[in-house]
Write a protein that binds this ligand. Structure first.
Ligand SMILES: [Zn+2]
Length: 399
């Protein structure tokens, strides 16, 4: 007989209390004080007092360009400082010698699932150089893993929109094919036309009714100027809560008072910020943004690819990095870092039925830690990951 309900007993909640979580039909149907006894038709999973956490939200990753799990491809530095154009050229060279895309995408997905991500947003290249080929491949892979992870795909113009012939049409077609969001890339420094670039991005968003997530590496005031243009578009189109700026390094370059002003504008326009607290770059001031009411979320971004050799698909580890680089020490600050990779991520991605609450999807991670701040600093690796109430990964391996 297949049990119609599962009782997860002795689940330690972030507030320290032990509870029983009842799951039925892939959803949490009750959360009650412990010592609920099972009746017939109920399966019992004793969590033994381990910590229960909501499934992690991988809010920014590239499933099409990672080499994770394949042969090592050494990082090639740019000729003169960081140059997005040159990095894109290196990426094309590397893609030509890498394993087939579907093989690489599966390895990377499995890494993320095993580490506890139950929802994801991935950018996939759509431009004149690759057309819709990458998207077609990743759409198939998404379908294979649909019971293990929810994936949003962004049509990402890696070679620019105006600089890469045919890209506006391709991005529009990408939405028709199954991409969920329209992306963008450094409107000023890549296409050298902020207005023209954003006209295409927001034009498609408006026509197709999809959300927006734009890569913005531009530093200092150029980056902030672009952010302001994006905020204005979001507000004008009534797209509050549906637009994200990924990286937004510029926010980390400007003085506090200027950052605060921009944060207020972001909050008012409902534009969220994605940061992965990357290595040597200045990055957005997470605490300042959150204080102003901006949704800050995170992702692994590149994992072992042409941009850098780092990344392990672990969003709990990412919370630690964000906290470490932000100078977060108190319990409240560590909880904020955790919020960035969970609830704030869910808000940015507009996930329905997220969290450890009655009625939510039964997506959770079980691990050994005293509480959330302890989990963030110790990043325990042994984990069991549940998607819709079913175990999908244990101790780093898919089940
Ligand atoms: Zn990216």
């Amino acid at each position: 007989m297949i049990a119609s309900e599962t009782l997860f007993t002795r689940a330690k909640f972030p507030d320290g209390t032990l509870k029983t979580v009842t799951v039925s039909g892939g959803r949490i149907t009750a959360i009650s004080a412990d010592h609920v006894s099972a009746t017939s038709g109920q399966e019992v999973v004793d969590l033994g007092g381990r910590l229960i956490l909501p499934g992690f939200v991988e809010g920014h990753i590239h499933l099409d360009t990672s080499f994770f799990g394949g042969k090592w491809i050494s990082h090639k530095p740019c000729t003169d400082g960081f140059d997005v154009h040159e990095r894109v050229a290196f990426q094309h060279q590397n893609m030509a010698i890498a394993e087939p895309m579907d093989v690489r995408a599966r390895k990377q997905l499995e890494l993320c699932i095993a580490n506890g991500s139950t929802s994801m947003r991935s950018h996939v290249m759509v431009d004149g150089s690759v057309g819709l080929k990458s998207l077609e491949t990743i759409l198939k892979v998404r379908e294979e893993y649909r019971d293990r992870i929810d994936i949003q795909l962004v049509a990402f113009p890696q070679s620019g929109i105006l600089k890469s012939p045919g890209t506006p049409d391709l991005m529009d077609q990408a939405i028709g094919l199954g991409a969920d969001l329209v992306g963008g890339l450094d409107p000023a420094s890549f296409d050298r036309d902020v207005e023209g670039h954003l006209n295409v991005v927001f034009g498609i968003a408006e026509k197709r009714g999809v959300d927006v997530d734009i890569h913005l590496h531009d530093a200092g005031t150029l980056g902030v100027f672009t952010i302001e243009q994006i905020c204005d578009r979001a507000a004008a189109l009534g797209m509050q809560g549906r637009v994200a700026v990924s990286h937004a390094y510029g926010l980390g370059d400007i003085p506090q008072d200027a950052a605060r002003r921009t944060a207020e504008r972001l909050a008012k326009s409902g534009v969220s910020i994605m940061t992965n607290a990357p290595g040597a770059n200045n990055f957005p001031p997470v605490a300042l943004l959150r204080e102003a009411g901006v949704t800050v979320f995170s992702g692994s971004d590149n994992i072992r690819d042409s941009w850098w050799p780092y990344g392990d698909g672990d969003m709990l580890g990412r919370a630690m990095m964000i906290g470490y680089r932000s100078g977060f020490y108190t319990d409240e600050e560590l909880e904020a870092a955790f919020d960035v990779v969970t609830s704030a991520g869910a808000r940015a991605l507009r996930l329905q039925g997220y969290g450890l609450v009655d009625g939510a999807k039964a997506d959770f991670v079980i691990l050994e830690a005293e509480h959330v701040p302890d989990a963030v600093v110790s990043v325990p690796k042994p984990r069991t990951v549940y998607k819709a109430g079913r175990p999908v990964a244990q101790n780093g391996k898919l089940v």
